[in-house]
Design a protein around this ligand. Structure first.
Ligand SMILES: *Cc1c(COP(=O)(O)O)cnc(C)c1O
Length: 369
């Protein structure tokens, strides 16, 4: 049996009745767009974070893009972030006309190296955009200090960190606003695309509601600044409401898989994920590191185990971002990682026998190196 790096089917088998009931509820409701389910999900997802506002949108990339726009980030502004992220983080910054400015990540946990941030601040810097990568949070205290000193806004990319905590504070509550993705693989995933931007600021919330709705006020239908249509779908919102009630359970499942991997592989040469101080990890992905990564992946092919690399190409080396002017060598940690990391299968319902198959296959391959 093939072991997939991610699979929603075991979960669907378990939750089928609830998921199909959610679909039926929306189809029978008489309101297919921006109805009760989107409103309900928005208030429940805001409440999950102890925040007042959440706006559902069509995907995580637009959640970042519209969030930045709502915070007033636009052409001419610089946004300090990392190249060691999913390309959509940078695509969204680019889409608002701002310039992404990268800093390197830390060798031990692959998260933004906050000691490099202040040197990247210029008179055009407007925003710090930490990415809570793989399921754990960036060190926020230094970022808050830098933001206060230079009057910058902090916008969190929480696409991989639903429910993660940092010194007790939840991902998404530590800046001016934050973006989430509900792409199916994510810690909270829809059965299709979805996203949301959360904040505690009513003015930001009002702007976001216009930005996802052609730029129009959804009560009076007036339009000041034209925007696109980026609405969250009712069906996905209703499914997300149900899954939100199980989010902590899913995370417990992920942590159990991570614990089994750590126990089964802790004595090998493989570098396992390291928990940064104060963090509760939600293990969106389980990323390991080894200098002979490519040989390991090649050898693992015969075990019928799918593995992923998140991410094989640092964003600053992608042809589409050549105009940013970074050369190879600019971010040594980020570049070294890209050649050495890979992800083991990770999802809450990953059967235990499959976890053990992964552990023994990896051990067998490491023994041949
Ligand atoms: C998934 C992801 C996104 C984009 O979300 P989509 O819903 O796929 O548009 C942005 N940033 C990070 C870090 C992600 O992992």
């Amino acid at each position: 049996m093939t072991t997939r790096v991610w699979d929603y089917l075991p979960e669907y088998e378990k939750e089928r009745k609830d998921i199909l009931d959610a679909v039926e509820k929306v189809f029978a409701s008489g309101q297919l767009v921006l109805g009760e389910s989107v409103r309900g999900f928005e208030s429940e997802f805001a409440a999950y974070h102890g925040l007042n506002h959440c706006v559902g949108v069509d995907n995580g990339t637009n959640a970042i893009k519209l969030g930045l726009q709502a915070l007033g980030v636009g052409p001419g502004d610089e946004v300090i972030t990392v190249s060691n992220t999913a390309a959509p983080t940078i695509v969204a910054i680019d889409a608002v006309g701002a310039t992404p400015v990268f800093v390197d990540v830390r060798d031990e946990d692959f998260l933004m190296d906050t000691t490099k941030v202040e040197a990247a601040v210029t008179s055009r810097t407007k925003c710090l955009l930490p990415v809570h990568l793989y399921g754990q949070c960036v060190d926020m205290a230094p970022l808050k200090e830098i933001a206060a000193r230079h009057e910058l806004v902090i916008f969190e990319d929480c696409a991989q960190a639903h429910g993660a905590r940092h010194h007790g504070a939840q991902a998404g509550t530590m800046g001016a606003a934050a973006a989430f993705s509900f792409y199916p693989t994510k810690v909270l995933g829809a059965y299709g695309d979805g996203g949301a931007t959360v904040s505690d600021d009513e003015a930001v919330d009002r702007k976001l509601r216009r930005l996802r709705f052609y730029g129009m006020d959804d009560v009076y239908y007036t339009l000041e600044t034209p925007a696109h249509n980026s609405r969250l779908d009712e069906v996905h919102a209703e499914i997300l409401r149900r899954k939100l009630t199980r989010l902590d359970e899913y995370t417990a499942g992920r942590r159990a898989v991570a614990a089994r991997y750590a126990e089964g592989l802790g004595d090998t040469e493989l570098k396992l994920p390291q928990l940064a101080e104060g963090n509760d990890h939600v293990y969106y992905v389980y990323v390991v590191r080894h200098p002979q990564r490519d040989r390991i992946l090649e050898a693992l092919k015969s075990y019928d185990i799918h593995l992923n690399i998140s991410y094989p190409w640092p964003v600053h080396t992608m042809p589409g971002f050549a105009h940013l002017g970074y050369e190879t060598g600019s971010f040594p940690v980020t570049e070294a990682l890209a050649g050495e990391i890979f992800s083991l299968p990770m999802y809450p319902s990953l059967p235990v026998d499959q976890q053990d198959k992964v552990i023994s296959a990896v051990r067998a391959v490491l023994a041949t190196l």
